[in-house]
Design a protein around this ligand. Structure first.
Ligand SMILES: O=C(CO)[C@H](O)[C@H](O)COP(=O)(O)O
Length: 243
């Protein structure tokens, strides 16, 4: 599938999420990170200045802060708005229960804060992210943010938890590791198929030096996946099916 078809798929998922989950009454919107979120902002801007005048946007990263500011939207932060109406974000993989792997862009700590702060957390992605079980399609591993001082110890501990080859994420245009928006490192740890993401998330989070794990368990209400044929698949959490 060409990159423009993938971009179209991301765009359709993002547009549908904005159309269905940001009604005119919405006051506070959390903005995730990544390439799909760019289309979320694109759709929000298409609603026009008036529709966005009374809405505050809470970023999850340097990237989303820049998107908000550059497009003249009102920037807020989670200190001032600890309760968010709806957060829309991308994902690296989503399972059949709407658990997700996130952090491909290294932003999962702040993304989780604004996902948990939201009354509704919505995922937007292209069809490659739509799996039955985590680890099926996303084989780069679970992103784990760690404080630099502890990274070697955390790598050793991840091996005892069953990860064969945890990798310190290296920067592409700089010598050395990726540094997160919080000044930390990221380790990518592939565990094969993850049948119990809650259990794995808790075990990793208990390791000293781990700041946050890119496993989002029971957080999403709905996920939209843009497909190759122009359709959008909706996956809804059973936790919200009664709504
Ligand atoms: O978790 C993330 C960043 O930390 C992104 O949301 C995730 O990597 C998906 O990105 P994209 O929309 O570019 O596929």
């Amino acid at each position: 599938m060409s990159s423009s078809l993938i971009d179209d798929a991301k765009r359709r998922a993002a547009y549908k999420a904005v159309d269905e989950y940001i009604p005119p009454t919405t006051k506070v919107v959390g903005i995730g990170s990544g390439s799909t979120v760019v289309y979320v902002i694109e759709r929000i801007l298409q609603r026009g200045k008036e529709a966005n005048n009374n809405v505050v946007f809470i970023p999850s990263s340097f990237q989303s802060k820049e998107l908000i500011v550059q497009h003249g939207l009102t920037l807020g932060d989670v200190d001032a708005y600890p309760e968010i109406d709806v957060t829309i974000d991308g994902a690296d993989e989503v399972d059949e229960h709407l658990n997700a792997i996130k952090g491909g862009g290294g932003c999962h700590l702040r993304e989780k804060v604004i996902a948990e702060a939201a009354k509704k957390f919505i995922i937007v992605a292209d069809h490659r992210k739509n799996s039955k079980v985590l680890g099926e399609n996303w084989t780069r591993g679970v992103p784990i943010e760690v404080i630099p001082f502890a990274y070697t110890r955390v790598i050793m501990a991840l091996k005892t938890l069953g990860c064969g080859n945890p990798v310190l994420r290296m920067a592409k245009a700089k010598a050395g590791p990726v540094i997160t928006d919080n000044g930390n490192f990221v380790i990518d740890a592939h565990f094969g198929l993850i049948h119990d993401p809650d259990d794995l998330m808790r075990k990793i989070k208990m390791l000293t030096g781990v700041v946050e794990v890119g496993l989002f368990v029971r957080l999403a209400q709905i996920a939209y996946f843009g497909n190759e044929n122009g359709s959008v698949t909706e996956k809804k959490s059973v936790l919200y099916e009664t709504e």
